[in-house]
Design a protein around this ligand. Structure first.
Ligand code: UD1
Length: 417
């Protein structure tokens, strides 16, 4: 069980390097199932979500090896995973479905798990694969799919990131052309399309609402560098904003965090885009309003860290969550430190400017856990953040270490102490 001891921290200052994007790396690794050649992915972060996916890929018959930060996936003869349990532990496990089905003509998978931030159905994945010609049968908690895929026109009711990625991967090996309308436009979708094209796929329009895929006979291996993690970069920028710091997040791509940078600027901090990253200086003072939306709107993954920024601002901020139904779990925990936040329907009303006092918190999900870690930096005295499910390490590589390198007083502690 991971726990963290966080003490009130001085202004953060210095430089910190952002890791590669978890949400880009996971689908790209799953894309390794689409070819019999090795796919080598560079700079793969050491996080448990990646380790879990690699375990699932091995369970699917792929040879997986890691050398430093490079991961190689080689799937000579992919098959459905044997162990349903591993699928449950990771939402992104559903991303193996499209590749296995497209490659072998059949797939049988358990329902995915992941953070409990909402219902997170997979109906759009299933409807899309059915449109491509798959027969779908529910067998207990499993979904059995079969059929030779042929190109089709698909409309997504919601611009789901995962469904867009799964269908894009499946369509690369389908016979004929596929069009995905109302596709997700997230940078991670574009990154996956770039990797697939490098592997021989013919995808156009990724990053727009209409993605077209011209099916090909086979894909081949490649060596790929994924994009930097925009959520990790955003979390580190928020840490600087709440501590009146001056931090350069090296490797961060400003284009990917545009909505966040505008919102942070509204609070009064200075932002400077440099060729090597994004520098934030100054403190967040002015309250703000935001609404989470699909990209290029404000990212739902940054809602919890921005709640902590709102606690620093003088006055009331409003944060509306429109992507997931249950994404305010950090609110009850932050209240333990004295935060004044009221949630009505899908809006959190945050009364900023009140002093937070250290206390004991329990991480509820990945981004909420990171937000609680940030809150500990500005609370007086000591905060203990318990993370029995290891949420933070699922998605952030070395977050406490990175904050500590900027001057934060934070350490991972032995729970028996
Ligand atoms: C991805 C990200 C996650 C981020 C989210 C939204 C990964 C590994 N995770 O998750 O960090 O918070 O995008 O930016 O990339 N939905 C349906 N039916 C479906 C699929 C989705 O109703 O079949 C709904 C979801 O419940 C949610 C919304 O669509 O309300 C968006 O979900 P989606 O974009 O699919 O998120 P993920 O791909 O799971």
């Amino acid at each position: 069980m991971a726990s963290y001891l966080i003490r009130h921290s001085p202004r953060l200052s210095g430089e910190v390097e952002v890791s590669a994007a978890k949400n880009a790396v996971l689908p790209i690794l799953a894309a390794g199932l689409l070819t019999e050649d090795p796919l080598i992915v560079r700079q793969v972060p050491h996080i448990t979500d990646v380790e879990m996916l690699l375990q699932i890929l091995r369970d699917c018959g792929a040879e997986v090896s890691r050398s430093g930060s490079d991961v190689s996936v080689c799937a000579m003869q992919p098959q459905s995973p044997h162990h349903e349990e591993t699928m449950r532990r990771l939402r992104a496990s559903i991303l193996i479905l499209g590749p296995i089905l497209a490659r072998t003509g059949s797939a049988c998978v358990g329902l995915p798990g992941g953070c409990a931030i909402g219902q997170r159905p997979i109906d759009l994945h299933m409807k899309g694969l059915q449109a491509l010609g798959a027969q779908v049968h529910a067998v207990g908690g499993m979904r059995q799919l079969s059929g030779r895929l042929t190109g089709a026109r698909i409309y997504l009711d919601l611009p789901s990131v995962g469904a867009t990625e799964n269908l894009m991967m499946a369509a690369t090996l389908a016979q004929g052309d596929t069009t995905i309308e109302n596709a997700a436009k997230e940078p991670e979708v574009v990154d996956l399309a770039n990797c697939l094209n490098l592997m021989g796929a013919r995808i156009a329009g990724a990053g727009t609402g209409t993605v077209t895929v011209h099916g090909v006979e086979r894909l081949h291996g490649a060596v790929y560098h994924p994009i930097p993690d925009r959520v990790e970069a955003g979390t580190l920028l928020c840490a600087s904003a709440i501590t009146e710091g001056s931090v350069l997040v090296r490797g961060a791509c400003a284009e990917h965090v545009r909505s966040l940078l505008f919102k942070l600027q509204e609070t009064g901090v200075g932002i400077r885009e440099t060729p090597c990253g994004i520098r934030l200086s100054g403190t967040a003072i002015a309250p703000f309003e935001l609404r989470t939306l699909a990209y290029p709107g404000f990212p739902t993954d940054m809602q919890a860290p921005m709640t902590v920024v709102a606690l620093k601002c003088h006055g009331q901020s409003l944060l509306q969550e429109t992507v997931f139904e249950n994404r305010f779990m950090h609110v009850a925990e932050l209240a333990r430190l004295g935060a004044r936040i009221r949630v009505e329907n899908n809006v959190a009303m945050v009364d900023g400017g009140t002093e937070l006092k250290g206390g004991v918190l329990k991480s509820t999900d990945l981004r909420a856990g990171a937000a609680m870690m940030l809150a500990g930096l500005i609370a007086t005295g000591e905060t203990i953040l318990q993370d029995p499910s290891g949420h933070i390490e699922r998605g952030y590589q070395d977050l406490p270490e990175k904050l500590r390198s900027l001057g934060a007083d934070i350490e991972k502690i032995d729970d028996r102490a």
